[in-house]
Design a protein around this ligand. Structure first.
Ligand SMILES: Nc1nc2c(ncn2[C@@H]2O[C@H](COP(=O)(O)OP(=O)(O)OP(=O)(O)O)[C@@H](O)[C@H]2O)c(=O)[nH]1
Ligand SMILES: [Mg+2]
Length: 218
């Protein structure tokens, strides 16, 4: 896998990556690991039972990471609690990639995934996305959850990379980030091909001067 620090992106590349997922999955932690500027977070002391930690995000997290010489990655973290789900589609607007983190220690990680699929169903169909499983404990438990997550995604028509991650470990978060950037690049390459294809078809059917009918309304 290519490290984002080794790649040479086009100048002024500006990527937006969004971390989604339930409370305690490590969204704030992951952005804190990656960001090269002091990460902005909107943490408050949690008064809710069952979060399993003392603070929770009530607005968003924000951080930045340099990419090559002139590029940057902007990192956004969602507030994980379901009562903030109205914010999720707003925060992923214009995203290059989405990283869904699931917390393996929650009561029902598949229900957490279902909530994300419900609120971001359109975005997940059209945006590069990977799934990270945090707090999964021993390998057998991680494998079992990974299989169940892959099956849930498949039932929703999604084939996404699923990988275990400890968001307290920067190299692991970098690997997750590289995976979603690679996917976004691959998808962009495919859409460029699709544009070329439709152009070729237009030339074939209507002559070389035919406009890009689908993208240039007259
Ligand atoms: N064991 C383990 N603990 C983790 C991992 N990632 C984060 N933590 C711990 O889990 C706690 C919660 O992490 P956060 O980063 O606040 O979780 P969040 O996804 O931002 O949660 P919300 O803001 O409430 O949605 C912190 O105490 C982290 O140290 C992990 O991969 N494994
Ligand atoms: Mg948070």
């Amino acid at each position: 896998m290519t490290s984002p620090e080794r790649r040479q992106p086009p100048a002024e590349t500006d990527l937006k990556l969004v971390f989604a997922g339930p409370p305690g999955a490590g969204k704030t932690t992951a952005i804190g690991q990656l960001s090269e500027v002091p990460a902005l977070s909107t943490e408050v002391t949690s008064t809710e039972l069952g979060l399993g930690k003392s603070t929770t995000t009530v607005g968003l997290d924000y951080g930045e990471l340099a990419l090559g010489t002139d590029g940057r990655v902007r990192l956004f973290g969602m507030p994980g609690q379901a009562r903030f789900s109205f914010l999720w589609p707003v925060l992923v607007r214009g995203a290059t990639g989405i990283i869904v983190l699931l917390n393996g220690e929650r009561d029902d990680p598949l229900a957490d995934l279902g909530l994300v699929l419900h609120h971001l169903q359109d975005e997940l169909q059209t945006t590069a996305c990977v799934v990270g499983l945090s707090r999964t404990g021993h390998q057998a438990k991680a494998d079992k959850l990974g299989d169940a997550v892959a099956a849930t995604l498949a039932a929703a028509g999604l084939a996404l990379p699923v990988m275990a991650v400890d968001t307290r470990e920067r190299p692991q978060v970098l690997a997750l980030m590289s995976a979603v950037i690679d996917l976004a690049e691959a998808q962009a390459g495919l859409s460029a091909l699709a544009v070329t294809d439709s152009h070729d078809q237009a030339e074939t059917s209507a002559g070389p001067s035919a406009p890009f009918a689908k993208t240039s309304p007259r």
